[in-house]
Design a protein around this ligand. Structure first.
Ligand code: PFF
Length: 449
């Protein structure tokens, strides 16, 4: 088995790096607007159920594969099931990582623009319409968003080229605690605003009439995206876990951190919005770039809150970008036998090229449509709502029906530390509940309704 690949040095490092991958734009930017579009409280309950029954088992499945094989997302399948076609599932995962990188780095670039503007005092004294135009003008600019995207990729490259322990783990150990602190400060501030309670009611009072079949697919897509599962990222990270890492504890910790950050971010955003009498539905992806700057400016000390918010978004994004890069770097490094530095450079160049396309989809390339969607929206749709859940089904089938019983049992029970009953429950989830459940949701969302 491949040695000299390096690995995470401690259990804390494992949890922070893995949570660093999970916590990202998905939690702070995507979760609030998807929850807003699906009517609030009831969607959150649905989301929690999907995490419990699909998300955690799927994350454990990936951990099992990566920790056993100690190889990149595609090779891991080759090692466990030699001579089979399963490696294709991992290969698709690598491609999904590339597609996500293409638009994720662009949105992270937007956060840098807004961070910069809040420092310059540019997020002040404007009307609702002016903020909306400001964002539209910025994304319509063919150059500026691309420059920011390149800066984001360069910063990520600086981290990732240092390797797993000195790059990913170290960066996560610094950035994640910073992120938690900033998030908690913002949440306290938001809850203290007059009228924030209406936002909390929207978030936590379940109105089931707002849910549709589409909400179910939205919840599945959001869980897979948010937990970085279904495309080999967790296979890649767990290939750097030491033997003694407990998969149940790790997946439970990462899922809890990820969910807490999503819910606290929604508290920050909805508390603030309702306090200023803004409605969350119909805001979509522009929510944190159009609506929030306008609200921040009306708050006492507004610039500081805006600055903190965009720092939060940036920290969360960078630790996710490095995990996406790592999926591709590990693949290139181990398949094409190129050095880590060379692999990092190739992946960074590909990411910038795709970032250019996705940034241009807001202006020069806005005429390009795939299935009625622009390039940017299509990338989000095809990854979160299609390829990641499909990858999750495939990996569940692999663990449930293909991988050796004893190997899975040893990993899940942590060499017999947990009772066999836990393994048995896990097998029911991974063999039946995950694949059948997600397939059913897929089919029903495709039916006319
Ligand atoms: N989980 C990240 C987020 O919620 O923003 C997105 C992501 C990162 C997806 C890494 C997939 C991945 F491999």
């Amino acid at each position: 088995m491949a040695t000299g690949r390096g690995g995470f040095s401690s259990k804390l490092g494992v949890v922070l790096a893995t949570a660093g991958s999970a916590v990202g734009l998905g939690n702070i930017w995507r979760f609030p607007y998807i929850t807003g579009e699906n009517g609030g409280g009831a969607f959150i309950l649905l989301y929690l159920a999907v995490i419990l029954f699909f998300g955690i088992p799927a994350m454990m499945a990936e951990f099992c594969i990566g920790k056993t094989a100690k190889a990149n997302a595609s090779k891991a399948f080759e090692i466990i099931a030699p001579g089979s076609k399963w490696y294709i599932v991992g290969l698709i995962g690598v491609i999904v990582a590339v597609i996500i990188l293409g638009y994720y780095t662009v949105v992270t670039g937007w956060t840098l623009e807004y961070l910069f503007r809040s420092v310059l005092g540019d997020l002040q004294g404007k009307s609702v319409l002016e903020y909306s135009n400001m964002f539209d003008d910025f994304t319509a600019d063919p150059v500026r968003p691309i420059l920011w995207t390149a800066i984001v990729v360069f910063l990520s490259y600086l981290i990732i080229s240092k390797g797993v322990q000195n790059g990913i783990e170290k960066a996560s150990k610094v950035m994640m605690p910073m992120l938690f602190i900033v998030l908690i400060i913002l949440a306290i501030r938001s809850l203290m605003l007059p009228g924030a309670a209406a936002g909390m009611k929207f978030l936590f009072y379940p109105d089931f009439s707002k849910l549709t079949l589409q909400s179910l697919l939205d919840a599945v897509g959001q869980v897979f995206f948010s937990m970085s599962i279904g495309m080999g990222c967790m296979i890649t990270y767990s290939s750097y876990f030491k033997k003694n890492v407990d998969l149940i504890k790790t997946s439970a910790s990462v899922a809890s951190i990820d969910t807490l950050v999503a819910i606290i971010s929604a508290i920050v955003i909805f508390g603030t919005m309702f306090s200023f009498h803004m409605q969350p539905d119909e805001q979509g992806p522009g929510l944190v770039f159009k609506t929030l700057p306008n609200i921040f400016q009306q708050m006492a000390g507004g610039i500081v809150w805006a600055l903190l918010f965009y720092i939060l978004l940036f920290l969360a994004s960078i630790t996710s970008i490095i995990s996406l890069l790592e999926v591709v770097i590990a693949y290139i490094n181990e398949t094409w036998h190129l050095s880590r530095i060379k692999s990092s450079r190739i992946v960074s160049a590909i990411t910038i090229a795709l970032g250019v396309l996705s940034a241009l989809s807001f202006n020069l390339l806005s005429f390009v449509k795939i299935g009625g969607m622009g390039l940017f929206d299509f990338s989000d749709f095809i990854t979160a709502k299609v390829l990641m859940p499909l990858g999750g089904i495939a990996m569940a089938i692999f663990i449930g029906w293909r991988m050796g019983r004893e190997e899975v049992k040893n990993e899940i029970t942590n060499m017999g530390k947990y009772p066999v009953a836990i393994y048995k429950i896990y097998m029911v989830l991974i063999r039946f509940v995950v694949p059948i459940g997600i397939t059913a949701i897929f089919i029903s969302s495709l039916l006319p309704h």
